[in-house]
Design a protein around this ligand. Sequence first.
Ligand code: G3P
Length: 218
Amino acid sequence: MKFFVDTADVTEIRDLAATGLLDGVTTNPSLIAKSGRKIQDVIAEICAIVEGPVSAEVAATEYQAMLREAAVLSAIAPNVVIKLPLTPDGLRACHILSKQGTLTNVTLCFSAAQALLAAKAGASFISPFVGRLDDIGQDGMELIADIVQIYGNYPHLRTEILVASIRHPIHLIQAAKLGAHVATIPPNVIKQLYHHPLTDKGLAHFLADWAKTGQSIG
Ligand code: G3P
């Protein structure tokens, strides 16, 4: 499973890239706004840190304007992925960009029908938002299971399932058990993945016993 980080915070991205666990980055207009920086500058800096796919989202809502923005964003670096909303215009732009060989990420997916449309439009990635579905009392992970099943029925569909709006480690584990290709994870959730109280307790015990031996290695 590929791990992307869902942030536009370059300091966080640099730290995570150093772990060797980071396969890509996703951003969205809210994350760019939070960074307080110009989108071209942030995306360029992220692409210089991470070799893998870096999603940058268009802000236009009409397909021709989306294509113009996509050209600007694609020119930043070869690993930029054009993120498009799951609307008729977004999918029209997705179809054109996919035909041109541009990587695309169709976002704001909340149903299996939408995911099927995105795959037919040639999306490189589909981003179903599990947390936001949970927030309104629906089961976000059920959507992932549906998309995994549907895409699995049609092996010619090459769209990768990129689980988004992840709120906690259980979302990630459930997505991995279902075989989703990618998870985009907020930095705080990535940090949570390392921790288990028995690891901390066990290490403290080992270190205490080791101190008693008076030895040093090397
Ligand atoms: O980047 C898209 C998605 O991951 C947003 O997550 O937490 O704002 O629902 P969230």
